[in-house]
Design a binder for this molecule. Structure first.
Ligand code: SAH
Length: 273
């Protein structure tokens, strides 16, 4: 691992908490600030979605798992936040590492509020969010001039774990050409039902990208009508993208290598793993 380039790197001071995004998986998608933080942290508190290899880049630091998956009992969000407060008060350089971007559906905002409320100084390092970078690794541009002037990022479940009832699905269906859903696999049936009821086309292209940017990345291309069934065939974490931008993957699936396009640009390809 080469040295970081010459730059006026901010000092990671004892007693501070840096809330960093780790990106969707591929360690190469970390920001330089995140790498700098990994090298200087005394303790790294990380989530389930953080690619384990990234922790190898902080061999000097104690690693504390604060994940909420894998059948283990879930630490309460409040307990995680207060743990961060305690570690900082003990004078440690605390790196709070979260999958993707810490402020995108990751409760980073809540943790930051608790820290600030307790007088702990923080720094926030954004990361590449799965709903943008994960799609890019599947060859799906989240916006494209020919397809969409807007995109809506949606969470597939609310604080209680149910499909988010407060969302105005009709407004989203009508207002946004492309819809990107985080944590949507479990409630894909309800979500697809709401969008169809609001007038979205049953044949609208949909992609489910699981384990995006990792060696296990898989892409399942389907339609809005078939989404409920297909969502049951894959394992989380998965990002769901609904919109015609999904079709661009037929030419832009760069991981599959160069393409020889037919003149219509719509050759059929098998679902790729
Ligand atoms: N802060 C994260 C999102 C946390 S919510 C970010 O900005 O990306 C967790 C959800 O993110 C998962 O349920 C899944 O929908 C999505 N996600 C995170 N990493 C992913 C990955 N590597 N592949 C596919 N989806 C991912």
């Amino acid at each position: 691992m080469p040295d970081l380039p010459d730059f006026d790197w901010p000092s990671f001071l004892p007693g501070w908490v840096w809330l960093c995004g780790a990106g969707p998986g591929d360690p190469g998608l970390l920001t330089l600030h995140a790498l700098h933080a990994l090298r200087h942290a005394d303790v790294v508190v990380y989530d389930a979605l953080v690619e384990p290899r990234i922790l190898d880049w902080a061999p000097q630091a104690e690693a504390i798992y604060a994940g909420k998956r894998g059948g283990k009992p879930s630490p309460l969000q409040r307990d995680i936040s207060l743990r961060l407060v305690d570690l900082a008060r003990a004078g440690r350089r605390v790196l709070r590492l979260k999958g993707g971007d810490p402020f995108v559906f990751g409760r980073g905002g809540e943790e930051a509020q608790t820290l600030v409320g307790h007088g702990i100084p923080i720094r926030v390092v954004p990361g590449i969010s799965a709903g943008i970078g994960g799609l890019a690794y599947a060859g799906i541009p989240v916006t494209h001039r020919d397809v969409n002037q807007s995109v809506t990022f949606v969470t597939g479940h609310d604080q209680t774990g149910a499909a988010p009832s407060a969302l105005d699905w009709g407004a989203i269906a009508r207002g946004s050409e492309v819809i990107v859903i985080y944590m949507g696999l479990k409630h894909a049936r309800q979500i697809a039902g709401e969008l169809l009821a609001a007038g979205r086309d049953a044949s609208e292209p949909v992609a489910i990208v699981t384990d995006a940017t990792t060696p296990r990345q898989a892409v399942l291309e389907t339609t809005l009508a078939r989404l409920p069934e297909d969502a049951t065939k894959v394992e989380p974490p998965g990002i769901i993208c609904i919109g015609r931008n999904v079709l661009l993957r037929h030419t832009l699936d760069w991981q599959a290598g160069p393409k020889h396009l037919d003149p219509l640009g719509n050759r059929s390809r098998p679902e790729s793993a």
